[in-house]
Structures are given as C-alpha cells and as structure tokens.
Ligand binder design. Sequence first.
Ligand SMILES: C[S@@+](CC[C@H](N)C(=O)[O-])C[C@H]1O[C@@H](n2cnc3c(N)ncnc32)[C@H](O)[C@@H]1O
Length: 326
Amino acid sequence: MPSASSQADGLWRLAWTCSAVVEDSLLWRLEQLGIHHTATVREPDREEVVTVLAWLDRQSWSEQQVRELAAPFAPLGAVFQAPPPRFSLAEQTREEWSSSWKRHWRPDPVGNALLVLPAWLDCPPEQRHRQVLRLDPGRAFGTGEHPSTRLCMEALERHQGVVKDALVVDLGCGSGILGITALTLGAARVVASDVDTMAISTSRENGALNGHGPERLQVVHGSSKELVPWVGSGADVLLCNILAPVIMQLAPDFAQLLKPTGGQGWLSGLLTSQADAVRERLAGLGWRTELAATQQDWALLAFTPWEPTPKPDLCRPAAISSTYQP
Ligand SMILES: C[S@@+](CC[C@H](N)C(=O)[O-])C[C@H]1O[C@@H](n2cnc3c(N)ncnc32)[C@H](O)[C@@H]1O
C-alpha cells in the first residue's frame, strides 16, 4: 500500500489493449482531451494487438473521473469492426512511470538524416550516418513519436538552408525537441518557451545533453508574449506545435516574433480537418499560408509574411532583352 505522500505524488496508469487499427483513433481522442503523456506498447510477435498507455496525475483526477473519461472509449472497436479495447487502471509512482516508460522507448529515425536517441542508449551502428538528438523527455511532451512533432522535424530537415545560422523561436517547446533539432541542423540560436514549468527544465537538460548551453538555447517560462523581448527585430524561423485553438489564440503575436521579411513559420498540432480554419485565421492577420505536409490526421502549415509586390519604377525604362534589335 503506497504511503499518503507517495499517493498524492503518484499517477494513474490507464491501459487499453486493443486491435492495432484502433490505436490512432484512441491516441487522437486522448490528444483532444489534452492528455499528452501516452505511449504505445507493441509486442514483436503480435503486430495486430497494441496496448495504448496514458498517465494522469492523481492529484488532479479522482478514480471516478478517470473511469468516466475512459468509458466513451469502449465503443471505439465497433467503429473499426474490432473487439472493444480492454481497459485497465492502476496506480503508479513517478519512479515506476519513468522506468516503465523508458523501457518502451527505442532509437527513432526521423526523416532522412535524423535520429532521436533515448539519452540512456548507445547509437545503433546501422544508424551512425544520422544526426543524433539525445533526449530524455522526462515528464514533458516531445519524444519525436507524435506525427505533429515529426512533421516539424522533417520540415526543418527539408529546409536546412533556411535553418542554418538562423534565430529560431520554439513556442510550446515541451521536451525541447524542435529547438534542439534546429540547433543540430545548424541554427545559430533558439529561444523557446512553454507554459509548463516541467518543460522548461526538461528542455534545458536536453539542450545540455546535446551540447547546447544557455548561450544557444534560451528557454523561458510563458508563452508568445514572454518570447518577444528575446527576438530583437524578429526571428528567422518560428515553430509552434500546439493544438489548433491555442495556435489561433496566439497567432496575433506571431508578427512580433517573426521578422517581417524572409521569415518562415511552421505550425503543427492541428488536424487536417482544422487546417482551413487555422489558415483563414492567419490570412486574416496578413500571413500567407500553405498546407506543407500531412501525416495520419495531422497537418503542417507553413506561413510567411506577405511580401509587398515591388511597384514598377516609372523613371526607368523596362529592361531590354539582349536580343532586342533597334
Ligand atoms: C504538443 S506539445 C509540443 C512539444 C514539442 N514542441 C514537440 O513538438 O513535440 C505542446 C506544448 O505546448 C505547451 N503549451 C500549451 N499551451 C501553450 C501556450 N499557450 N503557450 C506556450 N506553450 C504552450 C504544452 O505545455 C506542451 O509542452
């Protein structure tokens, strides 16, 4: 029986054992409920069955509330003509959580040239050609597993020329994974923020694990407004992987964060079904947007400032082509 103090400090471990076809839908619903501490356990010899795990703070959730939250997941199987997910609930200490979760995490190749490597593992020889990001996400979001994180990481890799020597804003940094990816790809400096204090210490620790000290990775507690004093006349790149309603709320501050000419922003954390609404919101604020990529149900939006179209110079004659014959 756990002591009163360890109980107050402990977690609920929610587990759904289900058909693999139900996994995405289950994880999506958890994400929609704002539950980010999740993992999927696969057994190598039973690919058709997975166990989706989620953790909730026992200080904030009573057992009855957790069971009420889990009840609507039961019919999910029927949607996919699969058996209902088998739900179980257990108590866990933070230490148990940390070690059980770590057991399930493996080196994870992302894009063509990146590897997210759990801080406690060695780089597998077959992945040595990749650029390694050492990470211990602790209790913050961002292991690189989630499509919204991968979409951003892959965009950074595809646009390494934009990232090189850039000042990068990482809004909603979680484990710090996006900022650290940018630094690994050659960014000069990253300024990051998160409303979750756990994310602040975790991002700093992960920065240090990758050799990026406070002179290159500055992490502040807060949101978009708290980043403004750190970006001078504007960052070259802005990354924001937060849910769509929050992105839309923060969008008016983007103009103070991204430089007015040549800045490049990427937004993920939104579902493909939400992309049009987010694009409309940004267009209304004067940004040019593009649906840059999708993964499962998640979308990546690229946004840039509208560049004013140069007015024709009335004093100078139009350029004469070299084939012009008087
Ligand atoms: C989906 S996670 C993304 C973490 C990481 N950047 C990644 O890509 O994996 C979203 C993060 O945004 C933070 N967050 C939520 N609302 C925020 C806000 N208004 N301002 C700043 N951060 C916020 C959360 O605490 C969480 O760490």
